[in-house]
Design a protein around this ligand. Structure first.
Ligand SMILES: Nc1ncnc2c1ncn2[C@@H]1O[C@H](COP(=O)(O)OP(=O)(O)OP(=O)(O)O)[C@@H](O)[C@H]1O
Length: 270
């Protein structure tokens, strides 16, 4: 059963554990009211790598992901404890500007969610409010570069003033990726970014994720074991609010230490 992933595994360079740690979670616990969703989770997210968070439904993957850019702040019942750093700085420190943090640690959601605005405005909005462009031509440059990096420019260059919501699902998701890229993030969090896409659009987004890791650090939640094997270098297996096992993706899929990982990736539970 394990060998089935052999053909799928990303053939890129093996994970380099000497890479700098971009984000570090230590002893992270999350409660939603009386319910505890995470129990002291620790995870190092390495720079310019794709880290996949896998595990059965409800095990806390999205909760952990949302801690990394303080999206859980928007959930009134959520209480986060522990320590999370970005380049060594505590992101929960009271002096942190959360808007700025979310520009540095961007997010792409499960369902493509473009604004009801033009393609151009979808991408230009962030750089405009963050004051990243000095002139109109600067802004145009950012929009074009972001659309190019998201692998969408060629498909939309003649209709930048048309509604973003008029694009196909896969194009909309790449537009959302362009929108995240436009504010020059350092980390991009992706919460099941392909779950609403067909296999062709999924393949495009996966290819894109592989390219994006050259410039960004990526953390992706996925239910697809094939996807985790294809796109990530590091995989963390969550189980009941803990991390059961974390390691290089190749090892996790070929020779996991933990029985729960083995059972999950071979489809015995989840
Ligand atoms: N806003 C919320 N309010 C209350 N409980 C929540 C909230 N969000 C998540 N939970 C609970 O926290 C636990 C972890 O949920 P989370 O969404 O992080 O899991 P997950 O592993 O991402 O699941 P899935 O794979 O189904 O998306 C679950 O029991 C869930 O019901």
């Amino acid at each position: 059963m394990m060998e089935n992933f052999q053909a799928t595994l990303n053939k890129g360079p093996a994970v380099n554990t000497n890479r700098p740690v971009k984000m570090k979670g230590e002893n992270v616990s999350v409660h939603y009211g009386a319910k505890q969703a995470l129990f002291g989770v620790s995870l190092d997210v390495m720079e310019n790598q794709v880290t996949a968070l896998i595990g059965p439904s409800g095990c806390g993957k999205s909760t952990f992901l949302r801690c990394l850019n303080r999206m859980n702040d928007t959930v009134s019942s959520a209480k986060v404890t522990g320590n999370i750093t970005l380049d060594g700085d505590d992101i929960y420190d009271p002096s942190i500007d959360v808007v700025e943090l979310r520009a540095r640690v961007g997010m792409v959601f499960q369902k493509p969610n473009p604004f009801p605005k033009s393609i151009f405005e979808n991408v230009s909005y962030g750089p405009r409010i963050h004051g990243l462009a000095k002139s109109k031509s600067d802004l145009e440059e950012i929009v074009i570069t972001s659309l190019r990096r998201a692998g969408l420019y060629e498909e939309v260059k003649d209709r930048l003033d048309e509604a973003g919501t008029g694009l196909s699902g896969g194009q909309q998701q790449r537009l959302c990726i362009a929108r995240a890229i436009a504010v020059s993030p350092e980390v991009i969090l992706m919460d099941e970014p392909c779950s609403a896409l067909d296999p062709i659009a999924t393949a495009k987004v996966e290819e894109l994720i592989d390219e994006l890791k050259q410039n960004y650090t990526i953390v992706i939640v996925t239910h697809s074991m094939q996807q985790a094997a294809r796109v990530s270098q590091v995989t963390a297996m969550f189980h009941l609010g803990n991390i059961a096992e974390v390691g290089p993706t190749e090892k996790m899929f070929q020779n996991p230490d933990d029985k729960r990982t083995q059972d999950y990736i071979t489809g015995r539970f989840g």
